[in-house]
Design a protein around this ligand. Structure first.
Ligand SMILES: Cc1cc2nc3c(=O)[nH]c(=O)nc-3n(C[C@H](O)[C@H](O)[C@H](O)COP(=O)(O)OP(=O)(O)OC[C@H]3O[C@@H](n4cnc5c(N)ncnc54)[C@H](O)[C@@H]3O)c2cc1C
Ligand code: SF4
Length: 568
């Protein structure tokens, strides 16, 4: 029998990127908020520059919940299961994955909110790929802009505006939508390598710019500036220069005295009352079961767990899982098309041993609908991104470009000479939701508590494959213009578990095709809010987190302004 706790105004399940942001506006508005987090607090001492621990062993000192419930994957309902991942790099700790993410902090571009209407207007309805369930978002960039701005300033973000209230500045991204003010901090400094790549892009007539990062380029709100020491890819920041929610919004919310963090609290189900309203959550802490009643429940446990918890939360009003009477939970799932990388070999050292993956140069000329697709047979595009970052094990894992064997003395000699002469571009590409790409519960595989893990049934489709081939060609062109002597293209791969997952509880006005409304609240259980990229209907060509955080702030803001109607 679960221990019944005192009722609170709001319970947030999961204190990562999204939940960690939402806590602040709620607590500041005077609401009593409890945050249930499966992990613990990690301290700066836990964040060592240790490639083995951070990049290969999956943070053994953290609560490895994500590793015990890695989703299974099959490309389609008739296909064999893919081999299960050994680790999943999402973090279980206060601050969630913002503790050790790369901290690229991108806004979406205006087109990303209006893929259907803009594609139809420019190329005709038939250009929307067959089988895609993509819809326009119920809001545009203009509505989200104030929240992007708020989060950029709360977390501390470095970058250069390319569109200040409609005035284009070529030092920033000329394709971005209008922003109300400059970034709070100047961009992270460039390196010899990023400057070389920037020059090459300009030679091609493209528009390179420094990418935005939730990392301090100067002291910001008493947190240090980045020391550019590296080991930042899957590494936490030992000087708190990275704007994790664990060092920004969460402590600020605690200071109000109205936000309590409960660690090592693994939520297992969300309860609903006879009227179909969420009544609170069940969680397990140190083997003891608790029930935390709340007027409002906000679910923020990352895409796979958001979907899993809803599907596991069956009740009389919701026999198929909470908020799933329209059978939309798990639908419109997609994972960002970030495979199909391009690797290049240069004839000289690049001096990339010192730096971080958010310290780079971007090109958006081939992203979204920033170029004419009239003579092409796909929609969307990709962001080209090269950066400074090199770690010993990853460096030795370099391809040999057909110039040396893959083992033995000749391989060792090749790696010794070339370990600092190669670079891999990170290419994020438009990915759409499709009818037959979805999440559900695995029929046989369970976690240690005995609950089924999430099952992914999904694969990239023709449109994504065409975007990938197109963007790889552009990246090869860029590397060669910068003086590369060889390039290699990686395969696109399939849609297995990922750090850029989207959908499953999509946001939209139509309850027949969406789980949450335009404000992030369930169409069926009106006091259940869902936070994170599970509500996003398109990915654009940029990382998801800032958008998930801006949406989370907006949902919290809406809750504050409409407390009486939502909570009672
Ligand atoms: C190595 C790496 C690099 C990345 N780099 C970038 C980047 O540069 N830019 C970018 O935009 N995105 C990046 N991402 C993706 C980014 O981290 C995610 O988009 C973001 O963290 C998702 O936010 P979230 O709040 O949904 O999930 P998280 O931040 O993972 O937070 C979820 C929280 O919920 C908790 N939780 C889970 N289940 C339960 C449960 N049952 N009960 C209670 N608590 C629970 C978890 O412990 C966790 O703290 C990266 C991810 C990784 C792994
Ligand atoms: S590179 Fe900068 S942000 Fe990353 S861990 Fe080091 S100091 Fe922190």
């Amino acid at each position: 029998m679960a221990i019944n706790l005192t009722k609170t105004d709001v319970v947030i399940v999961g204190l990562g990127a999204a939940g960690g942001v939402a806590a602040l506006p709620l607590a500041q508005a005077g609401l009593r908020v409890i945050g249930l987090e499966a992990g613990t607090w990690l301290s700066p001492e836990d964040f060592a520059p240790d490639e083995l621990r951070n990049n290969f062993r999956g943070w053994p000192q953290a609560v490895q919940k994500a590793n015990r419930e890695i989703p299974t994957h099959r490309p389609n309902a008739g296909a064999q299961y893919s081999p299960r991942l050994a680790i999943h790099p999402m973090m279980n700790a206060v601050g969630g994955t913002t503790l050790h993410y790369w901290a690229q902090s991108w806004r979406l571009n205006p087109w990303d909110f209006k893929v259907v209407s803009e594609t139809t207007r420019r190329y005709g309805r038939s250009r929307i790929p067959a089988g895609s369930t993509v819809e326009d978002w119920p809001l545009g960039l203009d509505e989200l802009e104030p929240y992007y701005d708020r989060v950029e300033y709360e977390l501390g973000t470095s970058g250069k505006a390319g569109n200040l209230n409609g005035k284009i500045d070529p030092r920033g991204n000329i394709f971005e939508g209008p922003r109300r003010r400059e970034y709070p901090m100047a961009p992270l400094r460039g390196t010899g390598f990023t400057e070389m790549m920037g020059d090459a892009a300009r030679k091609l007539g493209w528009h390179p710019f420094p990418g935005p990062a939730a990392i301090n380029s100067r002291t910001y709100e008493n947190r240090a500036a980045c020391a550019f020491h590296g080991y930042c890819a899957r590494g936490g920041c030992h000087i708190s220069a990275k704007g994790s929610t664990a060092v920004t919004t969460i402590p600020k919310a605690q200071k109000t005295g109205r936000f309590d963090v409960v660690t090592q609290a693994t939520t297992t189900t969300i309860e609903a009352d006879a009227n179909g309203r969420a009544s609170g959550v069940n969680y397990v802490k140190n083997g003891v079961e608790y029930f935390q009643p709340a007027d409002v429940v906000l679910l923020a446990t990352y895409v796979y767990e958001n979907v899993r918890l809803l599907l596991l939360s069956k009740s009389k009003p919701y026999p198929n899982g909470l908020s799933n009477n329209h059978r939309q939970v798990g639908r419109h799932y997609f994972s960002h098309n970030t495979g199909a990388a391009v690797t290049a070999l240069f004839p000289r050292d690049l001096n990339n041993w010192y730096g971080l993956p958010a310290q780079g140069v971007a090109v958006d000329d081939w992203a979204d609908d920033n170029f004419d697709h009239a003579g092409l047979d796909f929609v969307g595009g990709g962001n080209l991104w090269v950066y400074s970052d090199r770690r010993p094990i990853a460096a030795a894992n370099m391809p040999t470009f057909g110039r040396a064997p893959e083992w033995g003395a000749a391989w060792k000699a090749f790696v010794k000479q070339n370990a600092d002469r190669w670079n891999t571009a990170y290419l994020q590409k438009t990915t759409l939701p499709y009818e037959d790409n979805y999440l559900d519960l695995d029929p046989t595989v369970t976690d240690p508590l005995g609950f089924p893990v999430c099952r992914i049934t999904a694969d990239f489709k023709d449109n994504e494959r065409k975007v990938a081939a197109f963007i790889q060609d552009k990246m090869v062109e860029w590397f060669m213009a910068a003086g590369a002597v060889a390039t290699e293209k990686a395969p696109i791969g399939t849609m297995g578990p990922t750090t850029h997952a989207y959908g499953g509880t999509r946001m939209g006005d139509n309850p027949e095709t969406n789980v949450v409304n335009r404000w992030g609240f369930s169409h069926e259980a009106p006091n259940l809010g869902i936070l994170g990229a599970s509500v996003m209907g398109t990915s654009g060509a940029h990382n998801p987190t800032l958008t998930a955080q801006a949406l989370a702030w907006r949902t919290a803001d809406y809750l504050v302004k409409n407390w009486k109607t939502i909570a009672t």
